[in-house]
Design a protein around this ligand. Structure first.
Ligand code: 3PG
Length: 393
């Protein structure tokens, strides 16, 4: 795909889609990671004399609650990070926006209101896509986190303007995409999280690529059950049990080392203050539930990580939001941090939050800014926001 480096932006109006879908507390941005991740592209546009029109969604606003999803706090934080004023419109498109764009000089930055305030955004309405395109000369997509959405500002607009990738989108695709397409070996993937259902496509795709597949977290108990063990009150995706069996058989067939927990932390209820114990996986008592991987499992998984050249991680190993059940997730984050010879990639969402929480973020090769987008990439899917861009010559 073409990138921002392939085009001349001097004096041009650039419509740049970013993913500023950041957490807010009232009107304060509580985590500006995604804003900071877009700075290289924004600064490049400023330095090269573009008139920068930024657009993003924020949250999932409805007609009733949209006031709490306005972009003003984001504009304020961006302005602080850039060290220069950022104009902000209260409209997404319309006369106010046209006037603000007309006022832009080379190097100025304008942020539009939340694109999801327009009904046509999520529907990828061509009328809205055309209205976005009419504001600018060039379209830059730097919103990796939204690249799995085929919306007017992430995909539709590319039909009407020269369309290229920004630096963040390029970097995400290079690191995560290349590791998946052309992996160095041994290649290990760690898949956690609550539900098998959410990770079916990922596991299926990875079984063709990895040497070792590790599962943890809620979804791993379905795999434990699939091996014939009792799992008490642990999470079970009943209708995915046969699929779990199939995956285990497939792994064997393909020579993939499929690692499942060999011991587990258990609790007698879903609560931080429950009674706790650690048992081998074939000794889970009735009425208790698995809440984290146990020490033997930590050792087994850490050993596999140590031997890897590439490790991709998505999803926690236990209920890491509850302090007593965070050890497994922390230990895996630490094992990745210690694997200094390996490329370590954190696939967004909860695992990115976990790595931040344990202060290990700077020890990883790459932490993706996309949750859903990185999962779809791991499923081997083409992301609509990427597909829509112009092909490199
Ligand atoms: C994300 O946070 O994963 C992206 O910003 C996409 O948000 P969405 O799931 O509301 O489309």
């Amino acid at each position: 795909k073409k990138t921002i480096k392939d085009i001349d932006v001097k004096g041009k109006k650039v419509f740049c889609r970013v993913d500023f879908n950041v957490p807010l507390s009232g009107t304060t941005v509580t985590d500006d990671t995604r804003i900071r991740a877009a700075l290289p592209t924004i600064n490049y546009l400023i330095e090269n004399g573009a008139k920068v029109i930024l657009a993003s969604h924020l949250g999932r606003p409805t007609a009733e609650d949209k006031d709490s999803f306005k972009m003003d706090p984001v504009a304020k934080r961006l302005s602080e990070l850039l060290g220069k004023p950022v104009a902000k419109t209260d409209q997404v498109v319309g006369p106010e926006v046209d006037a603000a764009v007309a006022k832009l000089n080379a190097g100025d930055v304008l942020l539009l209101e939340n694109v999801r305030f327009e009904k046509g955004e999520k529907k990828n309405d061509p009328e809205l896509a055309k209205a976005f395109a009419a504001l600018a000369d060039v379209y830059v997509n730097d919103a990796f986190g939204s690249a799995h959405r085929a919306h007017a500002s992430t995909a539709g607009i590319a039909d009407y303007l020269p369309a290229v990738a920004g630096f963040l989108l390029e970097k995400e695709l290079k690191i995560l995409g290349a590791s998946l397409e052309n992996p160095k070996h041994p290649f290990t993937a760690i898949i956690g999280g609550a539900k098998v259902t959410d990770k079916i496509g990922v596991i299926e795709n990875l079984l063709d690529k990895v040497d070792t597949l590790i599962v943890g977290g809620g979804l791993s108990y379905t795999f434990v059950k699939a091996q014939g063990y009792e799992i008490g009150k642990s999470l079970l995706d009943k209708d995915k049990l046969d699929l779990a069996k199939k995956f285990l058989a497939l792994a064997k067939e393909k020579g993939v080392n499929f690692l499942t927990p060999v011991d587990t932390v258990i609790a007698d209820e879903f609560s931080e203050t429950a009674n706790k114990d650690v048992v081998d996986i074939d000794k889970m008592p009735e009425g208790w539930l698995g809440v984290d991987i146990g020490p033997k499992t930590i050792a087994l998984y850490s050993e596999a990580i140590k031997k890897s050249k590439v490790v991709v991680w998505n999803g926690p190993m236990g209920i890491f939001e509850m302090e007593p059940y965070a050890k497994g997730t922390e230990a895996i984050a630490q094992a990745l941090a210690d694997a200094t010879d390996a490329t370590t990639i954190i696939g967004g969402g909860d695992s990115a939050a976990a790595v931040e929480k344990f202060h290990l973020a700077d020890k990883m090769t790459h932490i993706s800014t996309g949750g859903g987008a990185s999962l779809e990439l791991m499923e081997g899917k083409v992301l609509p926001g990427v597909a829509a861009l112009d092909d490199a010559e």
